[in-house]
Design a protein around this ligand. Structure first.
Ligand SMILES: [Zn+2]
Length: 314
């Protein structure tokens, strides 16, 4: 089967997906159901309590409430959903535009600390193309945010390009930089399995603060005593910067639509990623909503379809 390009039309899941797991910060069990949704729904969380929906929260930067350790979104009434980034990364990384994400807890399950389980579940049911044209947020002007020596920028670009650099004092991580023209194939193979990471020296502080209660070696790459403590070691070369790119793909999904732009960050994190989106939306002349024109041929993608929207057949 040749490559299948889905860039011109909106998508959703072909069927419902049910997943269970544990919240990394709460340590509590979580059930998650991903429901196919119609065009222009976007990615929306439905928070349930005893089987009833108590809040509907759009995955949008306007709804971000907290960015200290993970990305938290919420509504006016105070209902929140935290650690949304790895799930949103899988959805945006594979090119899913519309979905209801039903969740019976305040935290998206950590699974193995990466997007791998979400990608696998999505691949199992497949992606359905809808008849409506896909909409993108096109970056028209460069924007920048910076804080404490960390910075991030979005620049005009015909695809979705990611360039992420980290710089840690720990020689186990050090300085790492990775650049990709993002596509579902790249996301699936180069990014999706990269796990979250943390320093053993920070864990006790987090536990005292009632955080990271569900963190262990099954869902976190732990660094201590000058080495990676996980018995299996790393999954990829430069797994750390790959995970930072995964986080950034998830955080940038809070634009509400796929981005046409190039993202570059240095020592970034959830807070910075969100600040860059806020800088983009701060001025209406920085961006516009565009559609990819219909192509007549199914063989040659439009130039813009080289990015973010190519699903590699596997
Ligand atoms: Zn992460």
């Amino acid at each position: 089967m040749s490559n299948r390009f889905i860039g011109a039309r909106q998508t959703t899941l072909a069927r419902e997906i049910q997943l269970t797991g544990t919240g990394v910060h709460s340590g509590a069990p979580v059930s998650l159901t991903l429901h196919p949704a119609e065009a222009d729904t976007g990615l929306r969380f439905l928070v349930t309590k005893r089987g009833r929906v108590i809040a509907e929260i759009a995955a949008h930067v306007a709804n971000v409430k907290n960015l200290t350790l993970c990305t938290v979104i919420g509504d006016e009434a105070g209902t929140t959903v935290s650690t949304v980034e790895h799930l949103l990364a899988a959805l945006r990384g594979l090119g899913i535009d519309n979905l209801y994400i039903e969740i019976d807890s305040k935290e998206v399950p950590i699974m193995d600390g990466s997007s791998a389980d979400y990608v696998e579940a999505i691949d199992r049911v497949g992606i359905r193309e809808l008849s409506e044209p896909r909409k993108y947020i096109k970056v028209l002007k460069s924007v920048r945010a910076e804080e404490n020596g960390c910075w991030g920028e979005l620049h005009p670009h015909t695809g979705f390009r990611m360039d992420v650099e980290i710089d840690f004092e720990s020689p186990v991580i050090g300085r790492q930089r990775l650049q990709y023209e993002m596509s579902p194939g790249i996301f699936r193979h180069e990014i999706a399995r990269a796990r979250t990471f943390g320093f053993m020296s920070d864990v006790e502080k987090l536990w005292k603060a009632g955080l990271a209660l569900g963190a262990d070696l099954s869902n976190t790459v732990a660094i201590g005593e000058g080495r990676v403590m996980n018995p299996g070691g790393l999954r990829y070369p430069q797994e750390f910067v790959r995970h930072k790119m995964l986080d950034a793909v998830g955080d940038l999904a809070l634009a509400g639509m796929p981005l046409l732009g190039a993202y570059r960050s240095y020592r970034g994190g959830h807070r910075l990623n969100s600040m860059v989106l806020q800088a983009l939306f701060a001025d209406a002349s920085n961006w516009s909503v565009v559609q990819v024109p219909r192509t007549r041929t199914t063989r040659a993608p439009m130039p813009v379809a080289t990015s973010g929207i190519a699903i590699a057949a596997e």
